[in-house]
Design a protein around this ligand. Sequence first.
Ligand code: ARG
Length: 468
Amino acid sequence: MSNDDESRDGNKLWGGRFSEATDAFVERFTASVDFDRRLYRQDIAGSIAHARMLAQVGVLSPEEEAQIAAGLEAIAGEIENDTFQWSVELEDVHMNIEAALTRRIGAVGKKLHTGRSRNDQVATDIRLYVRDEIDAIALLIEQLQLTLLDIAEREAATIMPGFTHLQVAQPISFGHHMMAWFEMLERDYQRFQDCRKRVNLSPLGAAALAGTSFPIDRHYTADLLGFDSPTRNSLDSVSDRDFAIELAACGSLLMTHLSRFSEELVLWTSEQFQFVELPDRFCTGSSIMPQKKNPDVPELVRGKSGRVNGHLVSLLTLMKSQPLAYNKDNQEDKEPLFDVLDTLKDCLFAYAQMMPAVTCRSQVMREAANRGYSTATDLADYLVKRGLPFRDAHEAVGRIVAMAVESGQNLDQLYLEQLTAICPQIETDVYQVLTLEGSLNARDHLGGTAPAQVRAAVTQARDLLASH
Ligand code: ARG
Protein backbone atom coordinates (compact mmCIF):
# COMPACT_ATOMS: atom_id res chain seq x y z
CA MET A 1 0.00 0.00 0.00
CA SER A 2 1.17 3.48 -0.82
CA ASN A 3 0.45 4.42 2.79
CA ASP A 4 3.78 2.80 3.67
CA ASP A 5 5.58 5.38 1.57
CA GLU A 6 7.36 7.73 4.03
CA SER A 7 6.83 10.81 1.86
CA ARG A 8 3.06 10.57 2.20
CA ASP A 9 0.91 11.17 5.16
CA GLY A 10 -0.56 7.78 5.96
CA ASN A 11 -2.89 9.21 8.58
CA LYS A 12 -5.02 11.21 6.20
CA LEU A 13 -8.29 9.73 5.02
CA TRP A 14 -7.80 11.62 1.75
CA GLY A 15 -4.04 10.99 1.33
CA GLY A 16 -4.18 9.04 -1.97
CA ARG A 17 -3.37 11.82 -4.43
CA PHE A 18 -0.82 13.60 -2.25
CA SER A 19 2.90 13.14 -2.59
CA GLU A 20 4.06 14.97 0.53
CA ALA A 21 2.82 15.29 4.06
CA THR A 22 0.77 18.31 5.09
CA ASP A 23 2.79 21.23 6.40
CA ALA A 24 2.60 21.23 10.20
CA PHE A 25 1.31 24.79 10.33
CA VAL A 26 -1.28 24.12 7.64
CA GLU A 27 -2.43 21.07 9.52
CA ARG A 28 -3.09 23.16 12.60
CA PHE A 29 -4.46 26.08 10.60
CA THR A 30 -7.02 23.98 8.73
CA ALA A 31 -8.05 21.76 11.63
CA SER A 32 -11.37 22.31 13.36
CA VAL A 33 -11.40 19.37 15.74
CA ASP A 34 -10.65 21.53 18.76
CA PHE A 35 -14.02 23.21 18.39
CA ASP A 36 -16.16 20.94 16.22
CA ARG A 37 -15.71 17.92 18.49
CA ARG A 38 -18.69 19.17 20.41
CA LEU A 39 -20.74 17.92 17.42
CA TYR A 40 -19.76 14.30 18.12
CA ARG A 41 -23.23 13.18 19.24
CA GLN A 42 -24.87 14.60 16.14
CA ASP A 43 -22.09 13.25 13.94
CA ILE A 44 -22.54 9.74 15.31
CA ALA A 45 -26.34 9.91 15.09
CA GLY A 46 -26.02 11.07 11.47
CA SER A 47 -23.60 8.25 10.63
CA ILE A 48 -25.78 5.59 12.24
CA ALA A 49 -28.80 6.85 10.27
CA HIS A 50 -26.75 6.94 7.07
CA ALA A 51 -25.50 3.36 7.58
CA ARG A 52 -29.00 2.16 8.34
CA MET A 53 -30.28 3.73 5.17
CA LEU A 54 -27.43 2.18 3.15
CA ALA A 55 -28.40 -1.23 4.52
CA GLN A 56 -32.07 -0.55 3.78
CA VAL A 57 -31.31 0.12 0.10
CA GLY A 58 -28.89 -2.81 -0.14
CA VAL A 59 -25.58 -0.92 -0.34
CA LEU A 60 -24.44 -2.37 3.00
CA SER A 61 -25.31 -5.80 4.36
CA PRO A 62 -27.30 -5.96 7.60
CA GLU A 63 -24.20 -7.39 9.34
CA GLU A 64 -22.03 -4.51 8.12
CA GLU A 65 -24.60 -2.03 9.30
CA ALA A 66 -24.81 -3.68 12.70
CA GLN A 67 -21.02 -3.62 13.09
CA ILE A 68 -20.85 0.04 12.09
CA ALA A 69 -23.63 1.05 14.48
CA ALA A 70 -22.11 -0.89 17.39
CA GLY A 71 -18.68 0.58 16.68
CA LEU A 72 -20.05 4.13 16.56
CA GLU A 73 -21.94 3.64 19.80
CA ALA A 74 -18.79 2.37 21.48
CA ILE A 75 -16.95 5.46 20.22
CA ALA A 76 -19.70 7.70 21.63
CA GLY A 77 -19.15 5.99 24.97
CA GLU A 78 -15.40 6.63 24.82
CA ILE A 79 -15.95 10.29 24.00
CA GLU A 80 -18.43 10.63 26.82
CA ASN A 81 -16.10 9.19 29.43
CA ASP A 82 -13.20 11.15 28.00
CA THR A 83 -11.02 8.24 26.90
CA PHE A 84 -11.24 9.04 23.19
CA GLN A 85 -7.99 10.19 21.57
CA TRP A 86 -8.71 13.29 19.47
CA SER A 87 -6.10 14.03 16.84
CA VAL A 88 -5.43 17.31 15.05
CA GLU A 89 -3.87 15.33 12.20
CA LEU A 90 -7.33 13.98 11.49
CA GLU A 91 -8.55 17.56 11.09
CA ASP A 92 -12.15 17.47 12.24
CA VAL A 93 -14.73 15.61 14.29
CA HIS A 94 -15.93 13.67 11.23
CA MET A 95 -12.58 12.17 10.28
CA ASN A 96 -11.57 11.55 13.89
CA ILE A 97 -14.66 9.43 14.40
CA GLU A 98 -14.47 7.67 11.04
CA ALA A 99 -10.80 6.76 11.55
CA ALA A 100 -11.57 5.50 15.05
CA LEU A 101 -14.36 3.36 13.63
CA THR A 102 -12.03 1.68 11.16
CA ARG A 103 -9.41 1.13 13.87
CA ARG A 104 -12.10 -0.47 15.99
CA ILE A 105 -14.07 -2.64 13.51
CA GLY A 106 -11.60 -2.97 10.64
CA ALA A 107 -12.26 -2.66 6.91
CA VAL A 108 -16.05 -2.44 7.25
CA GLY A 109 -15.56 0.98 8.82
CA LYS A 110 -14.20 2.20 5.50
CA LYS A 111 -17.59 1.62 3.92
CA LEU A 112 -19.43 4.13 6.09
CA HIS A 113 -18.58 7.12 3.90
CA THR A 114 -20.21 5.53 0.82
CA GLY A 115 -22.59 7.96 -0.85
CA ARG A 116 -21.91 10.91 1.40
CA SER A 117 -19.37 13.69 1.89
CA ARG A 118 -18.21 15.68 4.85
CA ASN A 119 -20.08 18.55 3.21
CA ASP A 120 -23.53 17.08 3.73
CA GLN A 121 -22.31 15.44 6.92
CA VAL A 122 -21.27 18.69 8.60
CA ALA A 123 -24.42 20.48 7.42
CA THR A 124 -26.47 17.67 8.97
CA ASP A 125 -24.53 17.78 12.22
CA ILE A 126 -24.90 21.53 12.70
CA ARG A 127 -28.60 21.47 11.91
CA LEU A 128 -29.16 18.70 14.47
CA TYR A 129 -27.09 20.59 17.01
CA VAL A 130 -28.85 23.90 16.44
CA ARG A 131 -32.26 22.24 16.55
CA ASP A 132 -31.56 20.76 20.00
CA GLU A 133 -30.12 24.05 21.23
CA ILE A 134 -33.20 25.95 20.04
CA ASP A 135 -35.30 23.57 22.12
CA ALA A 136 -33.11 24.22 25.16
CA ILE A 137 -33.27 27.98 24.60
CA ALA A 138 -37.05 27.85 24.18
CA LEU A 139 -37.37 26.09 27.53
CA LEU A 140 -35.22 28.71 29.22
CA ILE A 141 -37.24 31.53 27.67
CA GLU A 142 -40.41 29.92 29.00
CA GLN A 143 -38.88 29.52 32.42
CA LEU A 144 -38.03 33.21 32.53
CA GLN A 145 -41.49 34.10 31.22
CA LEU A 146 -43.11 32.11 34.03
CA THR A 147 -40.98 33.94 36.54
CA LEU A 148 -42.12 37.28 35.13
CA LEU A 149 -45.75 36.19 35.32
CA ASP A 150 -45.35 35.34 39.00
CA ILE A 151 -43.84 38.75 39.69
CA ALA A 152 -46.51 40.51 37.60
CA GLU A 153 -49.24 38.76 39.54
CA ARG A 154 -47.66 39.53 42.90
CA GLU A 155 -46.96 43.18 42.01
CA ALA A 156 -50.06 43.95 39.91
CA ALA A 157 -51.04 46.76 42.31
CA THR A 158 -47.50 47.95 43.05
CA ILE A 159 -47.16 51.47 41.70
CA MET A 160 -44.07 52.85 40.03
CA PRO A 161 -43.46 55.82 37.79
CA GLY A 162 -43.66 54.96 34.12
CA PHE A 163 -41.08 56.80 32.02
CA THR A 164 -40.73 58.28 28.61
CA HIS A 165 -37.41 59.94 27.80
CA LEU A 166 -36.47 58.58 31.25
CA GLN A 167 -38.56 61.42 32.66
CA VAL A 168 -41.50 60.57 34.92
CA ALA A 169 -44.52 60.20 32.64
CA GLN A 170 -47.47 58.44 34.25
CA PRO A 171 -47.89 56.05 37.16
CA ILE A 172 -47.95 52.40 36.14
CA SER A 173 -48.15 49.01 37.77
CA PHE A 174 -44.82 47.26 38.32
CA GLY A 175 -46.59 44.09 37.21
CA HIS A 176 -47.51 45.84 33.96
CA HIS A 177 -43.83 46.61 33.41
CA MET A 178 -42.97 42.94 33.93
CA MET A 179 -45.64 42.01 31.41
CA ALA A 180 -43.95 44.26 28.86
CA TRP A 181 -40.80 42.17 29.36
CA PHE A 182 -42.94 39.05 28.98
CA GLU A 183 -44.19 40.25 25.58
CA MET A 184 -40.66 40.90 24.33
CA LEU A 185 -39.68 37.36 25.33
CA GLU A 186 -42.80 35.92 23.74
CA ARG A 187 -41.78 37.40 20.40
CA ASP A 188 -38.31 35.91 20.90
CA TYR A 189 -39.84 32.53 21.62
CA GLN A 190 -41.93 32.73 18.44
CA ARG A 191 -38.93 33.81 16.38
CA PHE A 192 -36.86 30.84 17.54
CA GLN A 193 -39.75 28.50 16.75
CA ASP A 194 -40.00 29.96 13.28
CA CYS A 195 -36.26 29.68 12.76
CA ARG A 196 -36.48 26.03 13.85
CA LYS A 197 -38.69 25.24 10.85
CA ARG A 198 -35.87 26.16 8.48
CA VAL A 199 -33.24 24.48 10.64
CA ASN A 200 -34.99 21.15 10.89
CA LEU A 201 -34.46 19.96 7.30
CA SER A 202 -32.09 17.18 6.29
CA PRO A 203 -29.24 17.97 3.88
CA LEU A 204 -27.96 14.39 4.16
CA GLY A 205 -27.64 12.82 0.72
CA ALA A 206 -26.52 15.99 -1.02
CA ALA A 207 -23.06 14.42 -0.71
CA ALA A 208 -20.25 16.72 -1.87
CA LEU A 209 -22.55 18.99 -3.90
CA ALA A 210 -24.35 17.10 -6.65
CA GLY A 211 -25.87 14.09 -4.92
CA THR A 212 -24.64 10.52 -5.24
CA SER A 213 -24.84 7.64 -7.71
CA PHE A 214 -26.04 5.27 -4.98
CA PRO A 215 -29.78 4.56 -4.64
CA ILE A 216 -30.12 6.48 -1.38
CA ASP A 217 -33.38 7.20 0.43
CA ARG A 218 -33.18 10.72 1.79
CA HIS A 219 -36.66 10.59 3.33
CA TYR A 220 -35.62 7.62 5.39
CA THR A 221 -32.55 9.31 6.89
CA ALA A 222 -34.56 12.50 7.44
CA ASP A 223 -37.15 10.48 9.39
CA LEU A 224 -34.54 8.61 11.41
CA LEU A 225 -32.97 11.88 12.51
CA GLY A 226 -36.26 13.58 13.36
CA PHE A 227 -36.02 16.12 10.53
CA ASP A 228 -39.30 17.43 9.12
CA SER A 229 -38.18 16.63 5.56
CA PRO A 230 -35.12 16.49 3.32
CA THR A 231 -33.84 19.73 1.74
CA ARG A 232 -34.65 20.08 -1.96
CA ASN A 233 -31.45 21.08 -3.77
CA SER A 234 -28.09 19.42 -3.27
CA LEU A 235 -25.98 22.52 -4.04
CA ASP A 236 -28.00 24.64 -1.65
CA SER A 237 -27.95 21.87 0.96
CA VAL A 238 -24.17 21.91 1.40
CA SER A 239 -23.70 25.65 1.06
CA ASP A 240 -26.65 27.07 2.99
CA ARG A 241 -25.84 28.58 6.37
CA ASP A 242 -28.85 30.92 6.40
CA PHE A 243 -30.18 28.99 9.35
CA ALA A 244 -27.09 29.85 11.38
CA ILE A 245 -27.46 33.52 10.48
CA GLU A 246 -31.15 33.45 11.35
CA LEU A 247 -30.34 31.82 14.65
CA ALA A 248 -27.80 34.54 15.40
CA ALA A 249 -30.33 37.21 14.40
CA CYS A 250 -32.93 35.72 16.75
CA GLY A 251 -30.19 35.61 19.37
CA SER A 252 -29.20 39.23 18.81
CA LEU A 253 -32.74 40.37 19.32
CA LEU A 254 -33.13 38.25 22.43
CA MET A 255 -29.88 39.67 23.79
CA THR A 256 -31.09 43.17 22.93
CA HIS A 257 -34.11 42.51 25.11
CA LEU A 258 -32.08 41.06 27.95
CA SER A 259 -29.75 44.02 27.66
CA ARG A 260 -32.66 46.43 27.99
CA PHE A 261 -33.93 44.54 31.05
CA SER A 262 -30.41 44.78 32.42
CA GLU A 263 -30.18 48.49 31.85
CA GLU A 264 -33.39 48.94 33.81
CA LEU A 265 -32.21 46.73 36.65
CA VAL A 266 -28.92 48.62 36.80
CA LEU A 267 -30.83 51.90 37.04
CA TRP A 268 -33.40 50.57 39.48
CA THR A 269 -30.80 49.18 41.88
CA SER A 270 -28.84 52.44 41.93
CA GLU A 271 -28.82 54.72 44.98
CA GLN A 272 -30.74 57.29 42.92
CA PHE A 273 -33.66 54.99 42.12
CA GLN A 274 -33.65 52.25 44.79
CA PHE A 275 -36.71 50.67 43.18
CA VAL A 276 -35.62 47.07 43.53
CA GLU A 277 -33.02 45.02 45.32
CA LEU A 278 -31.01 42.17 43.83
CA PRO A 279 -30.06 39.27 46.07
CA ASP A 280 -26.48 39.46 47.35
CA ARG A 281 -25.64 36.19 45.64
CA PHE A 282 -26.14 37.87 42.26
CA CYS A 283 -23.91 40.84 43.05
CA THR A 284 -20.27 41.47 43.81
CA GLY A 285 -18.41 44.03 45.86
CA SER A 286 -15.61 46.45 45.18
CA SER A 287 -12.02 45.71 46.16
CA ILE A 288 -11.56 49.29 47.37
CA MET A 289 -14.99 50.70 48.24
CA PRO A 290 -16.43 48.70 51.12
CA GLN A 291 -19.97 49.97 50.67
CA LYS A 292 -20.39 48.79 47.06
CA LYS A 293 -22.83 46.17 45.90
CA ASN A 294 -22.61 46.00 42.14
CA PRO A 295 -25.23 44.55 39.78
CA ASP A 296 -22.63 42.52 37.87
CA VAL A 297 -24.96 39.94 36.43
CA PRO A 298 -27.24 42.41 34.62
CA GLU A 299 -24.19 44.40 33.57
CA LEU A 300 -22.51 41.34 32.07
CA VAL A 301 -25.66 40.31 30.26
CA ARG A 302 -25.86 43.83 28.83
CA GLY A 303 -22.22 43.56 27.80
CA LYS A 304 -22.61 40.13 26.24
CA SER A 305 -25.21 41.45 23.83
CA GLY A 306 -22.18 42.97 22.08
CA ARG A 307 -20.55 39.65 21.34
CA VAL A 308 -23.77 38.12 20.00
CA ASN A 309 -24.33 41.09 17.69
CA GLY A 310 -20.70 40.70 16.63
CA HIS A 311 -21.21 37.02 15.79
CA LEU A 312 -24.24 37.88 13.68
CA VAL A 313 -22.09 40.23 11.63
CA SER A 314 -19.31 37.60 11.45
CA LEU A 315 -21.69 35.03 10.02
CA LEU A 316 -23.22 37.44 7.51
CA THR A 317 -19.75 38.46 6.38
CA LEU A 318 -18.59 34.84 6.25
CA MET A 319 -21.31 33.98 3.74
CA LYS A 320 -21.56 37.10 1.61
CA SER A 321 -18.99 36.25 -1.07
CA GLN A 322 -19.07 32.49 -1.22
CA PRO A 323 -19.76 30.97 -4.61
CA LEU A 324 -21.77 27.74 -4.62
CA ALA A 325 -21.35 25.19 -3.26
CA TYR A 326 -19.30 24.23 -0.19
CA ASN A 327 -16.18 26.23 0.65
CA LYS A 328 -13.81 25.74 3.52
CA ASP A 329 -14.83 29.19 4.72
CA ASN A 330 -17.87 27.48 6.17
CA GLN A 331 -15.73 25.91 8.85
CA GLU A 332 -15.65 29.40 10.37
CA ASP A 333 -19.37 29.19 11.10
CA LYS A 334 -18.94 27.06 14.19
CA GLU A 335 -17.16 29.21 16.74
CA PRO A 336 -19.53 32.19 16.40
CA LEU A 337 -22.54 29.91 16.31
CA PHE A 338 -21.49 27.97 19.39
CA ASP A 339 -20.68 31.13 21.27
CA VAL A 340 -24.07 32.62 20.40
CA LEU A 341 -25.80 29.51 21.74
CA ASP A 342 -23.67 29.29 24.88
CA THR A 343 -24.12 32.98 25.63
CA LEU A 344 -27.90 32.88 25.14
CA LYS A 345 -28.26 29.90 27.44
CA ASP A 346 -26.06 31.41 30.15
CA CYS A 347 -27.83 34.76 30.08
CA LEU A 348 -31.31 33.24 30.11
CA PHE A 349 -30.30 30.92 32.92
CA ALA A 350 -28.89 33.82 34.93
CA TYR A 351 -32.11 35.80 34.49
CA ALA A 352 -34.38 32.86 35.28
CA GLN A 353 -32.44 32.31 38.52
CA MET A 354 -32.12 35.94 39.48
CA MET A 355 -35.58 37.36 38.80
CA PRO A 356 -37.52 35.38 41.42
CA ALA A 357 -35.14 36.76 44.04
CA VAL A 358 -35.57 40.42 43.02
CA THR A 359 -37.49 42.36 45.66
CA CYS A 360 -39.53 45.50 45.07
CA ARG A 361 -39.23 48.54 47.30
CA SER A 362 -42.82 49.58 46.75
CA GLN A 363 -42.74 52.59 49.06
CA VAL A 364 -39.78 54.10 47.22
CA MET A 365 -41.39 53.47 43.84
CA ARG A 366 -44.64 54.96 45.06
CA GLU A 367 -42.93 58.12 46.25
CA ALA A 368 -41.11 58.41 42.95
CA ALA A 369 -44.42 58.07 41.13
CA ASN A 370 -45.82 60.88 43.26
CA ARG A 371 -43.06 63.20 42.17
CA GLY A 372 -42.88 64.54 38.64
CA TYR A 373 -46.60 65.41 38.29
CA SER A 374 -47.32 61.98 36.93
CA THR A 375 -51.11 62.45 37.17
CA ALA A 376 -51.18 65.61 35.04
CA THR A 377 -52.66 63.67 32.11
CA ASP A 378 -55.42 62.45 34.41
CA LEU A 379 -56.22 66.05 35.29
CA ALA A 380 -56.39 66.95 31.60
CA ASP A 381 -58.66 63.95 30.94
CA TYR A 382 -60.84 65.12 33.86
CA LEU A 383 -61.26 68.51 32.23
CA VAL A 384 -62.10 66.92 28.88
CA LYS A 385 -64.83 64.93 30.60
CA ARG A 386 -66.16 68.32 31.83
CA GLY A 387 -66.41 69.62 28.30
CA LEU A 388 -63.03 71.20 27.51
CA PRO A 389 -61.39 70.32 24.20
CA PHE A 390 -58.25 68.27 24.93
CA ARG A 391 -55.83 70.95 23.68
CA ASP A 392 -57.36 73.55 26.02
CA ALA A 393 -57.29 71.09 28.90
CA HIS A 394 -53.61 70.38 28.13
CA GLU A 395 -52.84 74.10 28.21
CA ALA A 396 -54.72 74.66 31.51
CA VAL A 397 -53.01 71.74 33.22
CA GLY A 398 -49.65 72.97 31.94
CA ARG A 399 -50.29 76.22 33.78
CA ILE A 400 -51.36 74.35 36.91
CA VAL A 401 -48.15 72.27 36.79
CA ALA A 402 -46.09 75.47 36.39
CA MET A 403 -47.77 76.84 39.50
CA ALA A 404 -47.07 73.63 41.42
CA VAL A 405 -43.43 73.67 40.31
CA GLU A 406 -43.18 77.26 41.47
CA SER A 407 -44.53 76.49 44.95
CA GLY A 408 -42.74 73.16 45.23
CA GLN A 409 -45.96 71.18 45.67
CA ASN A 410 -47.50 68.07 44.17
CA LEU A 411 -50.72 68.42 42.19
CA ASP A 412 -52.82 66.90 44.94
CA GLN A 413 -51.37 69.38 47.47
CA LEU A 414 -52.76 72.40 45.63
CA TYR A 415 -55.88 73.99 47.17
CA LEU A 416 -59.11 73.87 45.22
CA GLU A 417 -59.07 77.71 44.99
CA GLN A 418 -55.64 77.60 43.36
CA LEU A 419 -56.92 75.09 40.81
CA THR A 420 -60.18 76.89 40.06
CA ALA A 421 -58.34 80.18 39.67
CA ILE A 422 -56.78 78.68 36.55
CA CYS A 423 -59.64 76.46 35.54
CA PRO A 424 -63.13 77.12 36.94
CA GLN A 425 -64.49 73.74 35.74
CA ILE A 426 -62.54 71.96 38.49
CA GLU A 427 -64.52 70.66 41.50
CA THR A 428 -63.63 68.78 44.73
CA ASP A 429 -63.91 65.37 43.04
CA VAL A 430 -60.70 66.27 41.20
CA TYR A 431 -58.64 64.90 44.09
CA GLN A 432 -59.75 61.33 43.26
CA VAL A 433 -58.25 61.54 39.79
CA LEU A 434 -55.05 63.02 41.12
CA THR A 435 -54.26 59.92 43.20
CA LEU A 436 -51.94 57.25 41.90
CA GLU A 437 -54.52 54.50 42.37
CA GLY A 438 -57.14 56.57 40.56
CA SER A 439 -54.78 57.07 37.67
CA LEU A 440 -53.95 53.36 37.35
CA ASN A 441 -57.51 52.14 37.79
CA ALA A 442 -58.72 54.57 35.14
CA ARG A 443 -56.64 52.77 32.49
CA ASP A 444 -58.91 49.79 32.55
CA HIS A 445 -58.90 48.47 28.99
CA LEU A 446 -57.04 45.85 27.01
CA GLY A 447 -53.32 46.52 27.36
CA GLY A 448 -53.82 49.21 30.04
CA THR A 449 -52.03 49.41 33.36
CA ALA A 450 -55.03 49.01 35.73
CA PRO A 451 -54.18 46.22 38.17
CA ALA A 452 -57.30 44.33 37.07
CA GLN A 453 -56.03 44.43 33.48
CA VAL A 454 -52.57 43.29 34.56
CA ARG A 455 -54.11 40.29 36.36
CA ALA A 456 -56.19 39.49 33.28
CA ALA A 457 -53.07 39.75 31.11
CA VAL A 458 -51.25 37.33 33.41
CA THR A 459 -54.09 34.81 33.13
CA GLN A 460 -54.08 35.05 29.35
CA ALA A 461 -50.31 34.77 29.26
CA ARG A 462 -50.46 31.59 31.31
CA ASP A 463 -52.83 30.12 28.72
CA LEU A 464 -50.50 31.25 25.96
CA LEU A 465 -47.53 29.51 27.63
CA ALA A 466 -49.58 26.35 28.07
CA SER A 467 -50.30 26.38 24.32
CA HIS A 468 -46.61 26.71 23.30
N1 ARG B 1 -14.53 20.75 9.02
C1 ARG B 1 -15.31 21.05 7.88
C2 ARG B 1 -16.30 22.16 8.19
O1 ARG B 1 -16.44 22.48 9.30
C3 ARG B 1 -16.06 19.83 7.43
C4 ARG B 1 -16.38 19.80 5.97
C5 ARG B 1 -15.12 19.73 5.22
N2 ARG B 1 -15.32 19.51 3.85
C6 ARG B 1 -14.36 19.67 2.99
N3 ARG B 1 -14.63 19.46 1.75
N4 ARG B 1 -13.15 20.07 3.32
O2 ARG B 1 -16.93 22.71 7.34
